[in-house]
Design a protein around this ligand. Structure first.
Ligand SMILES: C[S@@+](CC[C@H](N)C(=O)[O-])C[C@H]1O[C@@H](n2cnc3c(N)ncnc32)[C@H](O)[C@@H]1O
Ligand code: SF4
Length: 298
């Protein structure tokens, strides 16, 4: 395989659906970086920094000399939408000029990244090539969001996603299965479904909250009282979430490597089928095609 001509500051993350995209780091790390469940950008080389235009355009130039035919670009790291609109426009314009085959640019987006961006700003970004943004909603329950120090609320997330939708950019919401633990599982599921119903995103994906580096920082937010859900309780939470959705055309996926049960469909038309698959996993797990623990990851 040919080596990419650009150097990344590792580790680099991207959504599963961006697996074939060219990754361009426009920042290093995450501008917030304090969610207690997230260790993605807490390692030493990931101190938050916005890269200079010259560095980003330098990367694009190197790629343009080595390849043609790049179709998709993912702007990394954790929340590229933190850049002001004028800087994002410069980057998107450079992508168009240097990599004319690119059809879609995407980025992660923390809801607060859009606080100062109007729908008109987002429309400019859409016209310049921004096609989809991935929003880490995690939960629609304000108590859960506060306990995990997300710095967002039901309202701030809904506000951001509704702006994205209005601008005509595709919206994808990430939800964390198990984030409220045993005690808040039901309200986490119900309020997350309510948030999805209000936002009507183009895509919604669930991930199982996982702690490969330990739970210390996470437990602090719960005063040590967080109890992880069993596999069956995780499925019950997903059942409650899907059951409470009233979505018209949202592509729903639980195919991220953290999930035991892979679900794929369109909500609402596939609601009953998806509920059936979750219920099989609850009642007859041996009949469901579940991932083993060793097959799972973050
Ligand atoms: C780079 S972040 C999301 C984008 C943006 N920073 C935000 O928070 O809106 C990617 C997603 O990975 C997921 N994630 C982070 N830590 C996780 C963990 N410990 N277990 C499972 N999923 C996790 C969360 O859903 C998070 O939104
Ligand atoms: S979930 Fe998103 S906002 Fe929170 S620390 Fe991780 S990357 Fe940053």
């Amino acid at each position: 395989m040919q080596r990419l001509p650009i150097q990344y500051i590792e580790p680099v993350f991207r959504p599963p659906s961006e697996g074939n995209s060219l990754i361009i780091q426009v920042t290093n790390g995450c501008s917030w970086n304090k969610c207690t469940f997230c260790d993605m950008y807490t390692s030493a080389p990931k101190k938050f920094r916005v890269r200079k235009d010259a560095e980003i355009i330098g990367d694009l130039l190197k790629v343009s000399r080595a390849y043609n035919g790049v179709k998709r670009v993912f702007l990394a790291d954790g929340d590229a939408m933190v850049l002001p609109t004028h800087r994002l426009l410069t980057i998107l314009t450079a992508i168009k000029d240097l990599l004319p085959s690119v059809e879609r640019v995407s980025a992660y987006c923390l809801p607060q990244n859009l606080r100062k961006k109007s729908v008109a700003d987002l429309k400019l970004l859409k016209d310049a090539g921004l096609g989809i943004v991935y929003v880490g909603a995690e939960s629609g329950d304000d108590l859960v969001l506060q306990r995990v120090n997300k710095s967002e609320t039901y309202a701030s997330t809904a506000d951001a996603v509704l702006k994205i939708n209005e601008a005509g950019i595709l919206s994808s919401m990430m939800i964390l299965n198990g984030l409220g633990g045993k005690r808040y599982s039901a309200q986490h599921a119900q309020n997350t479904a309510r948030l999805l119903n209000e936002c009507q995103p183009d895509f919604a994906a669930t991930l199982v909250v996982s702690f490969p580096l330990g739970m210390g920082r996470f437990q602090d937010g719960w005063e040590g009282e967080f109890e992880e859900l069993s596999q069956r309780e995780l499925f019950r939470e997903i059942e409650m979430l899907i059951d409470n959705t009233q979505l018209t055309n949202t592509i729903f996926r639980s195919d991220h490597a953290s999930n035991y049960l892979v679900l794929k469909g369109v909500l609402g038309e596939d609601k009953e089928r998806l509920l059936g698959e979750v219920r099989t996993a609850i009642i007859n797990p041996e009949k469901a095609d579940l991932r083993e623990d060793w097959q799972r990851g973050l």
